[in-house]
Ligand binder design. Structure first.
Ligand code: PLP
Length: 432
């Protein structure tokens, strides 16, 4: 589900009209729905109730403290990819003992910090990394819990920049080499083999690649349980969400979208098809969803500053830029453009480009898109911006980072203030 609907002519997040937030906090502005995040977490958790499991939210998708705190209160663990994310999880009240640490390039300082905090497990991506973790653990006089990430060489059928489970990707250890890698890792004195991990990619819209990977890796998981007594098998994240919605439906509902022709991957279908294989292994199952939990829970509000009609195109120039939301430029990501004030029924659509103010031709949110009438001064929502949105924002073009608001029922909480000019130069120095 998601919680963005027109009510009395206003696009609302739960009980709060978004226009009132744009007026109060300015634009561009990220707005998140607490109810949506809770609903997605609870549904995913329930769908796995037939098996011992732990959801480790992929912190990198949206690491605002308020979002992390909300998930920590629901009992979520966290998948982190840096020491900075572990620091955030702690600050938000999360439990380091429920944290897994992923990533191909963990540094000594990061490994030391994670060992000191007592994380659940390192998900190591190379043999060199396992040896390094063992050395550092030896220096500190501790034993490090380690899982190896296997690269199952399965095609996730997603954008090439977010595909991670093929042999040519930098992630994990080749399926053909993984057993020897476990043997050598198990012989290291300061390593305890605790689990097995995989993650084949992001924004998967069919259960087929997940099923293929799980079935391919299941015999390995069973053998590792027998040979090394591992506790868990993490099957990664990657559950896709619906970004695209035909405008004719009037009341966009990103979860049921039958008219897109591509049935969205439902969490129920995901769980039903994977559970029999997972249950048979008898290991604790870890999941690392990022986008699924927060993607449809967030929008980026922006205001039309100018309209420009050229000979080839009409541009709606808005006050958000690629520095605020880079998904269209980076991944050809699609975000629905929805006016905050409900268009009059039957108002003709206009084919336009929605572009930002940044000095790059890649700075666009929609190209040749049929949208309802939008005049200068009107606000619109770029839908489904809750994942890989704010976290990838930068100060490029010396643009202060936008504010973030969390809506819970009829209340709106500012969860990050907008940056001001002094933030732009904080930490910089001119040599004397
Ligand atoms: C990014 C990432 C995830 C989350 O991916 P989503 O598509 O957001 O669910 C999970 N695990 C690892 C190791 C990742 O790098």
């Amino acid at each position: 589900m998601h919680s963005f609907h027109y009510r009395n002519g206003q696009l609302c997040c739960e009980g709060v009209p978004l226009q009132s937030l744009a007026d109060q906090y300015g634009s561009p502005l990220y707005v998140y729905s607490a109810a949506t995040v809770r609903d997605h977490f609870v549904r995913l958790d329930a769908s796995l109730s037939g098996v011992d499991h732990l959801i480790c939210y992929a912190t990198k998708a949206n690491s605002n403290l308020a979002i992390l705190n909300l998930l920590a209160k629901l009992g979520s663990g966290f998948d982190i990819v840096s020491a900075g994310e572990l620091y955030r999880v702690k600050q938000a009240g999360g439990d380091p003992g429920k944290c897994t640490f992923a990533g191909v390039g963990k540094t000594r300082a990061e490994i030391e910090f994670a060992l000191a905090e007592g994380i659940y497990c390192f998900n190591a991506e190379s043999e060199a990394e396992v040896r390094f973790i063992s050395e550092i653990a030896a220096d500190l006089g501790v034993t490090a819990p380690v899982a190896l990430r296997v690269n199952p060489n399965v095609d996730a059928h997603t954008h090439k920049y977010i595909s991670t489970g093929k042999s040519e990707n930098k992630f994990g250890i080749d399926f053909a080499l993984i057993r020897e890698a476990y043997q050598r890792a198990a012989s290291l004195p300061h390593v305890r083999i605790r689990g097995l991990q995989m993650h084949i990619g992001s924004q998967l819209t069919s259960v087929q690649p997940f099923l293929e990977a799980v079935e391919k890796v299941a015999p390995l998981a069973a053998d590792l349980k027998r040979d090394y007594g591992i506790d868990f098998w993490s099957i990664g994240g990657g559950i896709g969400i619906v970004y695209q919605q035909s405008l004719e439906s009037g009341r966009p509902d990103w979860w049921t979208a039958p008219e897109t022709g591509v049935p969205p991957l439902t969490i129920e279908a995901y769980a039903t098809s994977l559970l029999p294989t997972l249950r048979a292994i008898g290991l604790r199952i870890l999941l690392e969803p990022g986008r699924f939990l927060v993607g449809n829970a967030g929008v980026l509000l922006t205001r039309v500053v100018y309209e420009k009609r050229g000979t080839a195109k009409t541009f709606k120039i808005v006050d958000a830029g690629m520095n605020d939301l880079i998904r269209p430029a980076l991944y050809q990501g699609h975000h629905e453009v929805v006016p905050l004030l409900e268009p009059t029924p039957g108002a003709p659509l206009e084919t336009v480009d929605v572009v930002g103010p940044v000095c790059e031709s890649g700075d666009f949110f929609a190209q040749d898109r049929a949208v309802p009438p939008l005049a200068a001064g009107d606000c619109l929502a770029l839908m489904s911006s809750g994942a890989y949105g704010f976290v990838m924002a930068s100060n490029y073009n010396s643009r202060p980072l936008p504010a973030e608001v969390l809506v819970d029922g009829s209340e709106a909480h500012l969860v990050r203030r907008r940056q001001d000019f002094s933030d732009l130069i904080a930490g910089e120095m001119i040599p004397a």
